[in-house]
Design a protein around this ligand. Structure first.
Ligand SMILES: NC(=O)c1ccc[n+]([C@@H]2O[C@H](COP(=O)([O-])OP(=O)(O)OC[C@H]3O[C@@H](n4cnc5c(N)ncnc54)[C@H](OP(=O)(O)O)[C@@H]3O)[C@@H](O)[C@H]2O)c1
Length: 379
């Protein structure tokens, strides 16, 4: 049966790979809508190739899309409006907090959500889960996709879930070497090719921290029951530890098309032509994270445990600090410093169960983080 799919962030790393999946299986998928922030040229090409019904351009004029046959939505809130259009699957591949409004809109409209935008679960947390109700969010992050598949049919048998991390490009570095690490070094990920923000998050280990919070919300597990291990090869993506002491692991070569395709075709499985896992010369290693050096992981877990405004502040401060690092305004270790300083200043209380409440904390945290990064830059 053909699935009618909307791809939010279709011009990004996740979005382009999602369209590779559609290209490989034109009989299985039909495109309802595509969205971008400002890359109108690529969005227009995609809309033409995939005969998209709608295109949404968040930052730009409709004239930038030329004479597309699709119905055009432009301006702030475009992706959110597109997410509401009836579809079998809305794949959210927007980067950062900007993806939350679209996640909320898709869920409120009753569309099934395949979620790559982990930031919307970090910031939206319990509220987003409530909006999802029985309409399960299908994870696209490779680790959560792996864990979801290991968990299926195992109710009552699971004691912990296992989340693997590549460790990023600096994992073997002595702490002192990190002072001189620049954006060009941090953007060289050893095993994955991804957008810039998530690549920096992988280097700081914040990506794993965000994923621990994501796992807590997706799978309803306590923070104590999420075990993070460093697995440099990025072949085992996740697993479950069972009550009898055994474990089930999920493995695939690092190719995002696999979890993207699974998210789009769930509960069925489609072959995207990915290389098979090899066992002949496989060597898989597992190590404890170096949380004393890579502070973003423990900071995220602490923020997740604290709940309320804390994960929202963590996410916002991280987005600001990552951009400041990319702009060379702060050095690599200061990313964690800015986040820690913002978290220490959080005083907001109350339930974060509306867009207004979440956006207020996000705005405040960005302001604090901008001030702190400017202070460092001025020194
Ligand atoms: N890349 C991966 O392999 C990977 C793996 C697991 C999870 N994820 C998660 O997937 C999400 C996307 O990551 P990515 O690496 O694909 O990012 P990316 O390459 O930077 O792409 C981001 C996409 O979002 C659009 N966008 C950016 N800001 C927007 C805004 N304010 N409003 C609406 N759209 C906006 C961009 O449009 P323009 O092109 O016009 O800027 C682009 O289409 C992130 O949450 C990331 O953590 C990614």
């Amino acid at each position: 049966m053909t699935r009618r799919v909307t791809i939010l962030g279709s011009t990004g790393s996740i979005g382009r790979q999602a369209l590779d999946v559609v290209r490989a299986h034109p009989d299985l998928f039909e495109i309802v809508g595509l969205s971008a922030s400002s890359n109108a040229n690529l969005l227009q090409q995609q809309a033409t190739e995939f005969h998209s019904d709608y295109v949404a351009l968040e930052n730009g004029e409709s004239s930038a899309l030329g004479d597309t046959k699709a119905e055009v939505i432009t301006g702030p809130g475009s992706a959110r409006n597109l997410a509401e259009v009836p579809a079998d699957i809305v794949l959210n591949g927007i980067v950062g907090f900007a993806g939350l409004a679209a996640t909320v809109a898709a869920l409120k409209a009753g569309n099934r959500l395949a979620l790559a935008n982990k930031e919307s679960l970090v910031a939206g947390g319990d509220w987003v889960n409530t909006l999802a109700g029985d309409n399960h969010i299908i994870p696209v992050d490779s680790e959560h996709s792996a864990i979801y598949q290991c968990l299926e049919g195992r109710e009552g048998e699971v004691s912990e879930i296992l989340l693997t991390a590549s460790g990023g490009p600096f994992y073997e570095f002595e702490a002192e070497r990190l002072d001189a690490a620049g954006p060009e070094d941090a953007l060289k990920h050893p095993t994955w090719e991804m957008g810039r923000k998530i690549t920096i998050d992988s280097a700081t280990m914040m990506n794993k921290g965000l994923e621990v919070i994501e796992a807590h919300h997706l799978f309803g597990v306590s923070y104590d029951d999420v075990k993070v291990v460093i697995h440099r090869q990025s072949v085992v993506h996740g697993g479950v530890l069972l009550t009898d002491g055994s474990a089930i692991l999920h493995a695939a070569l690092p190719d995002m098309r696999i979890p993207i395709a699974w998210g789009m075709s769930y509960p069925e499985r489609v072959d995207v032509g990915a290389k098979r896992v090899g066992f002949g010369d496989a060597s898989w290693t597992f190590q404890e994270p170096r949380s004393d050096v890579f502070r973003c992981l423990p900071l995220a877990v602490e923020a997740g445990r604290a709940g309320g405004a804390h994960p929202i502040a963590l996410n916002a401060a991280n987005e600001v600090a990552v951009q400041a690092f990319l702009d060379r305004r702060i050095n690599f270790p200061r990313i964690a410093g800015v986040i820690e300083d913002v978290l220490e200043r959080v005083t907001q209380e109350g339930n974060m169960d509306s867009m207004e409440a979440i956006e207020a904390v996000d705005r405040w945290s960005r302001g604090e983080a901008e001030r702190l990064t400017a202070e460092v830059a001025a020194r």
